[in-house]
Design a protein. Structure first.
Length: 501
């Protein structure tokens, strides 16, 4: 390890009415991968926004290469070799991959300042190849998958003279193959002396690639540990201030009759003869690689997209689902993968978001009953332990875990019989994950049938009564809780036709 590349000493930051950071320390060495962990709302993002020049610290000192600096803008941070890859994608969707990679830094011809497209394409291809991507640099970004867009962000970071690279939940939307490619790139940057700050709620990743870990809680620095000399249980205790006994608190619940029955569901080019069932009180995990058709299936069941063939039954009765309102009326709720774009209206309040799918319940003669709306929002805030100053707080200002609880809350208010959860704990801290798992147990005990889509195999294995695996739009495997292992799930996910039992 080299000398300290970055030192942040006694950093404090307040917003009106709340102290977000209180005397926080953080140190990064060259060639080190340093995890920054803590629950949502611990202050990690605020600390990194100060490093990136988005926020100005109230007090404290920052040293880069042992020289004191005042980072007052993102451009100044970039000039110091600091690059942050944010969890929320920061690309211009209607521009090409190469235009995004070199945005504001385009290659030009001499005095004419005409763009040298040939050189830009060559350079972009070089960075994409380093990530193992076979994307044409001339592709429009909004034609790419979320995972591919994330890799373009990383390619953009590689194209800069990066000394300090901050990766905020970089694998949240990536396939296992893309994650492996990313980790190879991270390792190569490490060998070149780049210091990396790795923010992730995925404990397995932190223990796989990180050297050190710093934990924050409620805006305070809790401590720094060497990964090789600590355990997951110790980190969890540091993060939440208490021990969490079971990461996956699955409860055995007697199963009832079939709530959801799907037969021969097909959608041209996406879904092929899908048949499945979920019983009352059952949690069925749906595993598979990105692009396998899991989210497409969820959207088809909820009426977001139409199907060509097949039937859906609720409690043994065939139903016709042409649009989402049809699904809601027969008792199906969908918690979407992308909470910010598809699950919430960020400028609106917590109360407004909770009310949206429940307008029929909350209105009389076409007018909203504000008393009923307030009662609903206060009930859900209390039930789901949503951390918000009040129900009128804009939902966009909440942490990721609390935003996810609002999404869950608005659908719970519809009293669903079938709940489809698409990546329910993505970007959510370990404490909030436990709360979501506990809620799933409660709902299952009340007879709700749950179909849970997840890319985290430990989560699928830990919370499912039964597991279905998808590959290229088909169900390629089915396992009981006892039969399922990571190995046989991955075999089916990659095209191995293996059915247990």
């Amino acid at each position: 390890m080299t000398a300290n590349l970055l030192e942040m000493k006694s950093i404090s930051k307040s917003f009106p009415g709340v102290k977000v950071l209180n005397q926080v320390d953080f140190t990064l060495k060259g060639g080190e991968i340093h995890a920054l962990m803590g629950e949502n709302g611990a202050g990690k993002s605020t600390l990194m926004k100060i490093l990136g020049g988005i926020y100005i610290k109230d007090s404290g000192s920052i040293f880069v290469n042992e020289s004191a600096v005042d980072i007052v803008s993102p451009s100044m941070a970039q000039s110091l070799g600091i690059v942050i890859i944010h969890q929320e994608l920061n690309l211009v969707p209607h521009l090409t991959v190469m235009e995004n990679i070199f945005l504001g830094r385009e290659f030009t011809y001499g005095k004419t300042k005409l763009i040298n497209w040939r050189l830009m394409r060559q350079q972009a291809q070089q960075y994409l190849s380093q990530l193992g991507l076979s994307i044409d640099p001339g592709t429009i970004v909004n034609e790419l998958s979320v995972g591919q867009q994330q890799m373009v962000e990383i390619a953009k970071a590689l194209s800069m003279n990066t000394q300090i690279l901050v990766l905020d939940e970089p694998t949240a939307a990536l396939t296992d193959r893309e994650i492996d490619a990313l980790f190879l790139v991270i390792d190569s940057l490490k060998q070149k002396g780049v210091g990396m700050i790795y923010i992730s709620h995925r404990m397995e990743e932190v223990f796989r690639i990180c050297d050190q870990v710093t934990v924050m809680r409620d805006g305070h620095y809790i401590g720094t540990e060497t990964i090789a000399q600590t355990t997951m249980d110790q980190l969890v205790k540091m993060m939440v201030g208490r021990e969490i006994k079971d990461r996956f608190p699955k409860v055995a619940i007697p199963l009832g009759e079939e709530r959801l029955t799907v037969k021969g569901l097909s959608q041209k080019g996406k879904l092929h003869n899908i048949s499945l069932s979920v019983k009352a009180g059952e949690i069925v995990g749906l595993a598979g690689l990105m692009g396998a058709g899991r989210t497409e299936l969820a959207k088809a069941l909820f009426g977001v997209t139409s199907v060509d063939h097949g039937s859906i039954s609720i409690n043994g009765k065939p139903v016709s689902i042409k649009k989402p309102i049809d699904a809601i009326q027969v008792g199906i709720a969908l918690i979407t993968e992308d909470r910010k774009d598809e699950g919430l209206l960020l400028p609106l309040s917590v109360s407004d978001n909770l009310a949206l799918p429940n307008l029929d319940l909350l209105s009389s003669f076409g007018f909203m009953d504000r008393t009923k709306e307030r009662e609903l929002s206060e009930s859900m805030i209390k039930k789901l332990l949503i951390k918000t100053p009040n129900s009128e707080q804009k939902v966009g200002s909440l942490s990721g875990g609390n935003q996810q609880k609002v999404v869950i809350g608005k659908w719970l208010a519809t009293s669903p019989q079938v709940l489809i959860l698409d990546e329910p704990t993505r970007g959510v801290d370990i404490g909030a994950k436990k709360e979501i798992y506990d809620l799933m147990n409660v709902l299952a005990s009340q007879g709700v049938a749950i179909l849970m889509i997840s890319s985290e195999l430990p989560e699928v294995l830990g919370m499912s009564d039964r597991i279905l695996v998808m590959h290229e739009g088909k169900i390629s495997g089915e396992f009981t809780r006892e039969e399922a292992t990571q190995e046989n799930i991955m075999l089916c996910a990659t095209g191995g036709e293996k059915h247990a039992g």
